[in-house]
Design a protein around this ligand. Structure first.
Ligand SMILES: Cc1ncc(COP(=O)(O)O)c(C=O)c1O
Length: 371
């Protein structure tokens, strides 16, 4: 659908593009330098399926410190992107006919992957309570029946920014433990929380006990601005790692070693960069949300994290048509909400991982359109 919107603006060189979930900043120099050094020293060979031991170790150490819970390198696999991590996790636990429950709206790949594998996906829509995106816990628990194989939770959520609360997470996990339901936590935005007092979003991994059916998928793309590198990771119970090794062999076999060097430096020495990114995102979000809320008929619920404002304009219910009109008439490029499922119809997603000055320009264009 974003492609449809882009086509509507074809031929117009003056488009402000806020439709992708990507920062406008390149990867920090010291991370790039690690890859350059690796290439120069000739690290151009095949490596282990689960990733080089130094990278698995670095990711394990990073997660152990972040979540104050040991994450052994043996449970970590470095893979070729967050989306690849989602595919591998789904291939690990799903069979055709399985029931999957997902909290929605949601970045489409997360629900399309189980469907490609023949699973049936039940969607549990988020609610808006007191002007904030929130979970309808009863509805989620009702959907998680004994025949459910897998629950997928992406928090902070793309596109809404909804972030699960600790007490909600405890209830959901207890329920899944009781019924033997696997949990796939898509944690790619876990560091991008707006509350400066928190180092990360509430986490299933932080609660992991031996025997738990919890898989966490993650990515270098967002917190370290490495979208083009195609680097991510999975944390899974140790009992799955032998099968995961085989699945990776048949998917990509392994990932590029210079990228692995870069990833290891990112998680070991990148805290300063993550902190800077978080500050930039909090500031750009303020500019965007305050600006949107000053416009007539604009509704922007509060959210806990990620890098998006998900909002609607009164009187505009067809999000694809609205996104195409915005690009055609005022050169404002936003993602249509229904790209994230039927719950997103009538909404628009604006990625704010860009300079505030560009957001101001975008707001001026939206104001012009509304006028
Ligand atoms: C919710 C969610 N999960 C996973 C990903 C995958 O990220 P990548 O494949 O770039 O690592 C994205 C990217 O936008 C995302 O929004």
């Amino acid at each position: 659908m974003i492609r449809d919107v882009a086509n509507a603006g074809m031929g117009n060189n003056d488009i402000l593009r806020f439709w992708f979930g990507e920062s406008d900043q390149p990867t920090p120099l010291f991370i790039r330098a690690a890859a350059i050094a690796s290439l120069e020293s000739g690290e151009t060979f095949y490596s282990q399926n689960l990733g080089r031991p130094y990278l698995r170790e670095a990711i394990g150490n990073y997660l152990s410190a972040l979540h104050e819970r040991p994450v052994a390198a043996e449970r970590v696999a470095a893979v070729g992107s967050g989306v690849s991590a989602l595919m591998l996790a789904s291939q690990l636990v799903l069979s055709p006919g399985d029931k999957v429950v997902a909290v929605t709206p949601l970045w489409p790949n997360v629900v399309e992957i189980p469907k490609i594998l023949g699973a049936a996906v039940t969607r549990v829509p988020l609610a808006i309570a007191s002007g904030r995106w929130s979970l309808d816990l009863d509805r989620l628990l009702d959907a998680l029946t004994p025949d459910t194989r897998l629950l997928i939770v992406n928090s902070p959520n793309n596109p809404t920014g909804w972030t699960i609360e600790d007490d909600e997470l405890d209830v959901v996990l207890a329920h899944c433990r009781k019924l033997g339901i696997w949990v796939l936590a898509d944690d790619v935005y876990e560091r991008l929380v707006y509350d400066p007092a928190r180092k990360s979003a509430p986490s299933f991994l932080r609660r992991y006990e031996e025997g738990d059916r919890i898989i966490s998928s993650n990515s270098f793309s967002k917190a370290w601005t490495m979208t083009g590198w195609r680097m991510g990771w999975l944390v899974a119970p140790e009992a799955l790692m032998a099968d995961l090794t085989k699945l990776i062999e048949y998917n990509t076999s392994c990932i590029l070693e210079p990228a692995q060097r870069a990833g290891a430096v990112a998680v070991a020495k990148g805290e300063g960069e993550v902190a800077k990114l978080r500050e930039r995102l909090a500031a750009s979000r303020r500019v965007l949300v305050d600006g949107l809320r000053r416009l007539p008929g604009v509704d922007v619920p509060d959210a806990g994290g990620a890098m998006y404002a998900f909002f609607r304009l009164a009187g505009h219910d067809d999000s694809l048509e609205l996104a195409k009109t915005l690009v055609r008439e005022v050169g404002l490029g936003l993602a249509p909400g229904n790209a994230f499922g039927p719950e997103g119809e009538g909404w628009l997603r604006w990625c704010h991982a860009v300079e505030p000055a560009r957001i101001e320009q975008g707001l001026t264009r939206l104001r012009k359109f509304l006028a």
